[in-house]
Design a protein around this ligand. Sequence first.
Ligand code: ATP
Ligand code: DNN
Ligand code: MG
Length: 205
Amino acid sequence: MKQFFVTGISTDVGKTLVAAILTEALEADYWKPVQTGALEDSDSATITRLISNDKTVIHPNSYSFKAPISPHEAAALEGAHIDPNKIHEPETDNDLVIEGAGGLLVPLNDSDTILDLIMPAYKVIVVCNHYLGSINHSLLTINWLLGKGYDVSIVFNGEPNKASEEIILKKTGVLVLGRIKKEPIINKDIVKAYAKEFRKALVVA
Ligand SMILES: Nc1ncnc2c1ncn2[C@@H]1O[C@H](COP(=O)(O)OP(=O)(O)OP(=O)(O)O)[C@@H](O)[C@H]1O
Ligand SMILES: C[C@H](N)[C@H](N)CCCCCC(=O)O
Ligand SMILES: [Mg+2]
């Protein structure tokens, strides 16, 4: 069984959409260890809404906080402290899609970050958007992961940008798992269609 950790070059880049597509493609389980902004729609609720298969189990967050801000601060506002030793990967015989919060170095507390939740055996998927500044964000994220020895691939999400994509791939040499267009609406049908496309790439991943 495989574990896929979905991170991104920042927050709001489409990690939950990509996680929904991977979860649906593999009929995998889904787990978001640390959720902030839980008063809005949680990512687990979004996944529930976007997938169609009945095999997926959505595992509970280890930590969930109301404020839509960095986990270290959201926890402090509720008088809590995030202890990574209390974050245990759920037991399952199924593949598991794990979603981070924001980008790699988002703090969980004064010393630990999202990066500390990524185990060496995980396949790491970096969701990249194209915006001015995203080349730098993409290279920092991917090179940091490669430097630590992770198996990394990219999903490009949203408006394409050939020049940005080319330079990111040239400088990192990582594999592209897939591309997602900017869609007018995100629903079960869209997720199902991309899941079909991604399934082939995932077999060899
Ligand atoms: N390809 C796309 N086409 C249209 N809308 C998109 C696309 N990708 C993402 N979105 C929308 O952008 C918003 C942010 O995406 P998403 O919630 O997946 O980001 P995220 O990286 O998971 O953020 P977080 O750090 O909060 O977990 C959502 O409203 C989502 O539906
Ligand atoms: C609330 C938001 N949607 C995410 N869950 C958390 C993003 C934290 C980003 C912190 C930062 O990098 O400045
Ligand atoms: Mg998300």
